[in-house]
Design a binder for this molecule. Sequence first.
Ligand SMILES: Nc1ncnc2c1ncn2[C@@H]1O[C@H](COP(=O)(O)OP(=O)(O)OP(=O)(O)O)[C@@H](O)[C@H]1O
Length: 246
Amino acid sequence: MTATAPAGPALRAEGIAKAFVSGKVRTQVLDGLSLSIEAGELTLISGPSGCGKSTLLAILSGLQKVDAGRVIALGSELGGLDSRALERFRLLHTGFVFQGFNLFPALTGLEQVELPLHYLGLSSRQARERATQSLDEVGMTPRMHLRPSELSGGEKQRVAIARALAKQPELLFADEPTSALDAANGQTIIDILHRIARTHGTTVLCVSHDPRLIRHADRVLSMEDGRILSDRRPAPPAATPEGTAP
Ligand SMILES: Nc1ncnc2c1ncn2[C@@H]1O[C@H](COP(=O)(O)OP(=O)(O)OP(=O)(O)O)[C@@H](O)[C@H]1O
């Protein structure tokens, strides 16, 4: 399977629907939602709790299946891939950053980042090179030999971002990446995500309540009740004089 750089949007959803059934209760989370996500941009999906943001992200990243509609990622229709091909697509082309970091307690930062690179078939030397480069990019070189229990929340999230980044994915998904962090650490994570979109041309799709993210996003989609209510492009943050807080 190949996923060539698409001429159009990096990600497209067409009329997607998703419901969850628990006992006799059926919750229609998404009902005919369509959107296009442009390549190389940081797109933020915001909206109140329970409106379906995480479900949408899980569907667009191939983690969950739709009941109806289509998702086209990098030119491949995800619904047309069998589970093996879908797994391979996710391995080769996507990275995921979670609110709770999802790091292995027993592994150092460097080992966490190297692990998926072995699955990609890189040699130990190549994996080490790429992992150290990614950790350097998120400012974690001095602490890359520490385990999660020895790292702050912000540092753990930076390791998780380095792990996603080291795969050099075209698509990077982030689900509430700053919600477990204080203001300063949250800001660092936002800056890193923004820089990844800018310097690597990665398509970054981020779900968040965090209003600080809005002015750093190229585009903000506001969701409510499983629908996109607004689609806007915030003005880029104004340059601040050196030494003043942004
Ligand atoms: N696996 C599931 N089984 C049953 N219901 C689910 C499941 N996953 C999500 N839901 C329901 O779907 C709705 C949307 O959930 P989702 O997590 O997508 O919302 P969200 O906008 O990301 O919320 P939050 O901002 O609080 O994380 C909620 O009512 C939730 O309870």
